[in-house]
Design a protein around this ligand. Structure first.
Ligand code: SF4
Ligand code: SF4
Length: 216
């Protein structure tokens, strides 16, 4: 996979090999699977979810994605990439009205935003489970620590599958900043080392999320 600049100096779709196409098709299927699971959980929690067009506090600036997700955006959203990015402070893909300009092709991390989440962190005593939700979605439903495990989105399994697809696509876990897709000159080269600090994909995008984290 190679990323480049268009004839007009603007962003260009990456040049893809047949194996890249297969990895991209696999990622699109993964996104569809995520949507099915996320939609089912959203229905379950519809009484508490306040997520709606125009609510965009979770669309923070500085998100990064694997190059495979960047390639999907570059390939499918060329017109948006020729528009002006949202000013710094919010995600570059946010419109002036507060909606996502690449909604259909948005990355994995944006597809489960707002749902009750569970994730694990290692400790001296072993893995510790944490639960978290956007503070706007915390009222109106049962406390997170009373929810059944399968009533939360578990962080880990889909991330692992996405990483496998990324390795097939690019041979590494390299990432690009979403904002950099508007300006290829500033885009991270696929040959640059993976920035571990950028690897969180924006789970911290939940506004004030640390205050709602509960230890199990
Ligand atoms: S790409 Fe994600 S963070 Fe950016 S505007 Fe769309 S939904 Fe929000
Ligand atoms: S996760 Fe929170 S900030 Fe984001 S759309 Fe849902 S309610 Fe709004």
């Amino acid at each position: 996979m190679r990323m480049g600049r268009g004839r007009d100096g603007g962003p260009a779709s990456p040049r893809l090999k047949a194996s890249d196409d297969a990895a991209l098709a696999g990622m699109e299927r993964l996104h569809e699977e995520v949507d099915v699971g996320a939609t089912s959980l959203a229905r379950l929690h519809e009484g508490r979810l306040r997520c709606a067009r125009g609510c965009c506090q979770c669309c923070i600036d500085g998100l990064s994605v694997f190059t495979i997700e960047a390639a999907r955006i570059q390939r499918s959203c060329e017109a948006v990439l020729n528009e002006e990015p949202h000013p710094p402070g919010r995600c570059a893909f946010l419109s002036a009205e507060g909606s996502c300009r690449i909604y259909r092709h948005r990355p994995y991390v944006c597809r489960t935003q707002g749902l009750p989440l569970r994730f694990f962190e290692s400790s001296a005593q072993g893995a510790v489970e944490y639960r978290d939700i956007c503070p706007l979605n915390e009222p109106g439903g049962p406390p997170l620590d009373t929810l059944l495990e399968n009533h939360l989105w578990t962080i880990g399994p889909y991330e692992g599958r996405l990483a496998d697809l990324q390795l097939r696509f690019d041979g590494s876990l390299r990432r690009v900043a979403l904002r950099s897709l508007f300006s290829p000159a500033q885009a991270r080269s696929p040959s640059e080392p993976w920035d571990a600090d950028a690897g969180e994909q924006g789970r911290s995008a939940l506004p004030g999320s640390a205050t709602t984290r509960s230890r199990r």
